[in-house]
Design a protein around this ligand. Structure first.
Ligand code: H2U
Ligand code: ZN
Length: 340
């Protein structure tokens, strides 16, 4: 038997942020594919679409008319998943049937008045404006709500309902599952090691180099050691930052720049507008002590080997644990080769 090689032999990797394991099966990457082939989106869209509910001046589904906005535009989601006010929820007697009332709000963030653009196609100053809106929304909603989730679903593969460039922000009084796991892991690490988990992680990755996609004076883009999705990346500051609104003007400029660069590399990967779900995780916005936190973004793209072949989270993933074929190191090398 030959020596163990993580680029060839099945193994498990530990996600230090969530405490979950991942199965890596690099030898499977070359298996034949006779499964679902996704349609590719029509390449050209008009700069203005009279039928789009996000374009300036258009009427939305519930009758509200968008203003003639010329940069970003934020509005309260007409079909929000969380409401500011609800009656007090009853507690159930059974410990097996736990329920809690929850309050919050949801907004939609239009990134641009231009219907035909995506984030990486926008001018750098306009991407920078989106960074400011992410920060402003987190600051404003964070005054009322414990968790503010900024996110974007891009592409119909990720269930995005409209190609007009936009993201969302949901804010609520509960700490949802993913940040709860990250909070516990970062807190435990800080208690054990006396340092911040994700700062130590970035330093480790910069020293190793093999999973780094790109970096600049303030930011690192990497494929995490424990990435589940084929071309998943994390965006991390080099210095301690708790929340989006703590970023300096220069850090925001450099975030816009590195985001534009790696999103263009995403698009170049399979010559398509690369779909993903992304979102920001920063310290919760209640009065707790969150010195163990470090701001970061996750990008979860579904595509595996072309614009039309996606990864499904099914079978073993749903019933046992997540699994990937190409290694995070291979994915990082491929993304690096697509940087402009
Ligand atoms: P996606 O980012 O998943 O496409 O969702 C867009 C949101 O826009 C979705 O949450 C909202 C939907 O509720 N929306 C409105 O608020 N008004 C509309 O007129 C249509 C869609
Ligand atoms: Zn539009």
């Amino acid at each position: 038997m030959t020596a163990f090689d993580p680029s060839q032999h099945p193994h498990r990797r530990y996600n230090v942020l969530t405490g979950e394991w991942l199965l890596v099966s690099p030898h499977r990457a070359l298996r034949p594919w006779k499964g679902k082939v996704e349609e590719t989106a029509p390449p050209q869209r008009p700069a203005y679409d009279p039928g789009c509910y996000l374009c300036p001046g258009n009427r939305r589904a519930e009758g509200v008319v968008n203003p003639p906005y010329d940069s970003t535009y934020v509005f309260v989601n007409d079909f929000r998943a969380l409401l500011d006010e609800i009656p007090t929820a009853p507690t159930d007697d059974s410990p097996l049937l736990r329920i809690q009332g929850t309050r919050g709000t949801c907004r939609v963030i239009c990134f641009s008045p231009r219907h035909d653009l995506t984030l990486p196609q926008m001018a750098l100053t306009d991407i920078r404006r989106v960074v400011d809106v992410w920060a402003e929304q987190t600051a404003e909603l964070g005054r009322s709500w414990r968790w503010v989730q900024v996110f974007e679903n891009k592409g119909d593969l990720m269930g995005c309902s409209n190609p007009h460039p936009h993201g969302q922000v949901w804010a609520g009084d509960a700490l949802p599952n993913e940040p709860t796991k990250e909070d516990a892991a970062q807190r435990a690490y800080r208690e054990r090691q006396g340092s911040v988990l994700l700062l130590d992680y970035v330093r480790t990755e910069l020293a190793r180099g093999e999973r780094i996609v790109d970096s600049n004076a303030d930011w690192v883009v990497l494929v995490p050691f424990w990435a589940i999705w084929p071309y998943e990346v994390m965006v991390l500051p080099r210095e301690p930052v708790l929340r989006l609104y703590d970023l300096s003007s220069l850090q925001r400029d450099r975030l816009a720049a590195i985001t534009q660069r790696f999103l263009q590399a995403y698009d170049a990967l399979f010559q398509c507008s690369f779909p993903y779900s992304m979102g920001w995780h920063g310290a919760p916005t209640d009065a707790g002590n969150y010195a163990h936190w470090q701001l970061h973004a996750h990008y979860y793209p579904p595509l595996l080997r072309s614009a039309t072949v996606r990864k499904f989270m099914v079978g073993y993933e749903l019933l046992a644990e997540a699994q990937r074929d190409i290694t995070p190191e291979q994915a990082a090398a491929t993304l690096r080769s697509r940087l402009g």
